[in-house]
Design a protein around this ligand. Structure first.
Ligand code: CO8
Length: 243
């Protein structure tokens, strides 16, 4: 892949873009230059028609131990506010249309936990340790943790985790097969599926169901709808055109 300083990129399996956070001396702490590289790599994979799923991972010890505390320590309110500190992190959640998977081992703390939560799916090893420890640093989550963790685990549990800063373990999983499986389906359908599931977080049930129906109608304009349904009727495996 392209040469970056703080991340590695490779296409591990056909159709799967793998991004490995690679700042081992700081347990993959998410400094601004790392995020610039991450956003660049995400945009490139998202624009690549051969990539059907993107996996973000770290090392065995740390997915990411948070935003870079040493970089943040001298920040002032006015510079954080004026420069909209942390805002570029939203690129993954707001603009990337390809399905994304966080593969987490070791620490996923603070911004690391928030980065995982921005992905569509989180898979973790038995050592995965999540937490929003910002309260211990005299601040609060700043990259969506208070919203996405609450959506993921419910208000009561999220309140407890954010107010105490205590770590929690990830479920045992590590099923890497999912990325390749997603990548094996029609890109038109996976992009649409991601879009409608995300709409459930913002629209009322009625609006969401209508939105889903419209996109569903739209898929009858794709070649892959014909390919998928004809293959079923002919008892064959579909060969997706991604059109
Ligand atoms: N930032 C900068 N450096 C870090 C970070 C970090 N988040 N985490 C670890 N490092 C560095 C350490 O300073 C150390 O560097 P050095 O060798 O130069 O001393 C190196 O990585 C190794 O770390 P440790 O020696 O501490 O390793 P341990 O195995 O003993 O401990 C821990 C691992 C428990 C993960 C520990 O490193 C730790 O507690 N790290 C901080 C975790 C944390 O608090 N994360 C949340 C950060 S805040 C955040 O993410 C907020 C996001 C949005 C904020 C918006 C604000 C406006």
């Amino acid at each position: 892949g392209a040469s970056y300083e703080h991340i590695l990129t490779s296409s591990a399996k056909p159709g799967v873009g793998l991004i490995t956070l690679n700042r081992p001396k700081a347990l993959n702490a998410l400094c601004s230059p790392l995020f610039t590289e991450l956003n660049d790599a995400l945009s490139k994979y998202d624009a690549d028609k051969d990539i059907g799923a993107i996996v973000i991972t770290g090392s065995e010890k740390a997915f990411a131990a948070g935003a870079d505390i040493k970089e943040m320590a001298p920040l002032t309110f006015s510079s954080a506010y004026t420069n909209n500190f942390i805002a570029p992190w939203s690129h993954l959640a707001n603009n990337i249309r390809t399905p994304t998977i966080a593969a987490v081992s070791g620490y996923a703390l603070g911004g690391g936990c928030e980065l995982a939560l921005m992905c569509d799916i989180i898979y973790c090893s038995s050592t995965a340790t999540f937490g929003q420890p910002e309260i211990k640093l005299g601040v609060i989550p700043g990259a969506g943790g208070s919203q996405r963790l609450t959506n993921a685990v419910g208000k009561s549990k999220a309140m407890e985790l954010i107010l105490t800063g205590k770590n929690f373990s990830g479920k045992e999983a590590g099923e890497w097969g999912v990325a390749a499986e997603i990548a094996g389906y029609s890109r038109v359908a996976t992009v649409a599926a991601k879009e409608v599931v995300n709409k459930s977080q913002e629209l009322s049930l009625r609006e969401g169901v209508e939105y889903e129906r419209r996109l569903f109608h739209g898929l009858f304009g794709s070649q892959d709808q014909k390919i998928g349904m004809t293959a079923f009727a002919e008892k064959k495996k579909p060969e997706w055109s991604h059109e």
